[in-house]
Design a protein around this ligand. Structure first.
Ligand SMILES: *Cc1c(COP(=O)(O)O)cnc(C)c1O
Length: 372
């Protein structure tokens, strides 16, 4: 007799669906026998890694037989200095995704709830449901977070609110005043997570630095990552910044060696590669402009983005267009799982890659792909 393992899994886990990643380049090449494939699907840095970071990771390989420093001493000290916060305020993660999971495991369980917005980052519902907590999802306003609705949605059992700023997959952002007004309304026993995975790209004056709220609000956790503007998605490293008390709790749950030696070495190095970060930002802002101008030419609406991607709205179901783009060797991201069936999320690539995507999209329009 075989045991029904599904039945013994946690109830929250039974209802989960696996995260759907962007299609890997090699997979599409295998499937279609294509030589040249452009992937604009996972918000990766189109510049490739920082050469300083790659060299540091390489040099660290002679320590592969050792466990990493579980306390992350060197990296935390460097970040503390750079961000003007205490060393005891950090929680290092295997990507910031890991930190989001730690937050869910530390504060949520069956009998508690978390608030987040419609169209917010998909990891929030996964992390919340995996621990058996209840998700309270507030309707979006103009594709973004409706902070009034989120504040009003907080219930007696709510322990965590997740906010992505800028948000993925929509790219929109909350300004400093809006966020400050929201934090003033949230009860102090409710944790507010400010997920700032794309903050380095958000170059507008009224964009809030979540760290500035930490002094006033002991219930805030800011999460950041080396995956996007710092170009280290493959190494998996991110971090949370919070009060020392919250960091202490998160670090009790954290697996002791969750960040690898190459990841910490590369992160330390890329923090000194100011030129790389500057180029990331420049290539991105030029690329966002290029994509948006292309969408304007094609008469396609899009959501203004502060991230390294743009969500464009098609006049039809996006799935067949996604498939047709694959045939042309261009991988983008359908966002049906976000209940945005007519949108495609397109990551910013190098100029030539953006051009190739826009040309492929234009071809599809001319071929009548949208006329359905
Ligand atoms: C990409 C992303 C992250 C970061 O993921 P890592 O685990 O750090 O690679 C976090 N939040 C949002 C909203 C993202 O889009």
């Amino acid at each position: 007799m075989t045991c029904d393992v599904f039945a013994i899994a946690n109830v929250g886990v039974q209802g989960l669906h696996p995260y759907q990643p962007g299609k890997p380049i090699e997979e599409l090449q295998r499937e279609l026998g294509l030589d040249s494939v452009v992937k604009l699907a996972s918000n990766e840095n189109p510049l490739g890694p920082s050469s300083l970071a790659a060299a540091a990771a390489q040099a660290s390989l002679k320590q592969l037989h050792l466990y990493p420093d579980a306390s992350g001493f060197e990296l935390k000290n460097k970040l503390a200095e750079k961000l003007s916060v205490g060393v005891d305020q950090f929680t290092l993660g295997n990507g910031s995704n890991d930190v989001l999971d730690l937050i869910a495991r530390t504060f949520l369980s069956a009998g508690s709830s978390a608030v987040f917005s419609q169209y917010a980052f998909i990891v929030y519902p996964i992390a919340v449901q995996a621990v058996g907590a209840r998700a309270i999802i507030t309707p979006a306003k103009d594709w973004g977070h409706d902070l009034d609705a989120m504040a009003a949605a907080i219930e007696a059992d709510t322990k965590v609110v997740f906010i992505a700023n800028p948000n993925n997959p929509t790219g929109n952002y909350l300004n400093r005043d809006a966020l400050a007004a929201f934090l003033a309304k949230v009860p102090e026993h409710v944790i507010v997570v400010l997920d700032e995975a794309y903050i380095e790209y958000a170059e507008v004056d009224d964009f809030p630095d979540g760290l500035t709220f930490l002094a006033e609000y002991s219930n805030v956790i800011v999460t950041r990552t080396f995956s996007k503007a710092y170009g280290l998605a493959g190494l998996r490293i991110g971090y949370g910044v919070s009060s020392p008390q919250i960091a202490d709790l998160l670090n009790r749950v954290r697996a002791p060696f969750n960040v690898s030696i190459p990841a910490m070495s590369a992160a330390l190095a890329v923090l000194d590669d100011h030129d790389y970060l500057r180029r990331s930002q420049q290539v991105n802002s030029a690329g966002v402009k290029q994509l948006c101008a292309g969408f304007d030419d094609l008469g396609l609406p899009y959501i203004p983005s502060m991230g390294n991607f743009v969500a464009v709205e098609l006049p039809c179901d996006a799935m067949p267009v996604y498939q047709a783009l694959l045939q042309k060797g261009v991988i983008v991201r359908p966002v049906g799982v976000y209940q945005m069936p007519k949108h495609l999320r397109v990551s910013v690539g190098l100029e030539q890659e953006n051009m190739r995507f826009l040309a492929a999209l234009k071809n599809l329009i001319n071929e009548g792909c949208f006329d359905k």
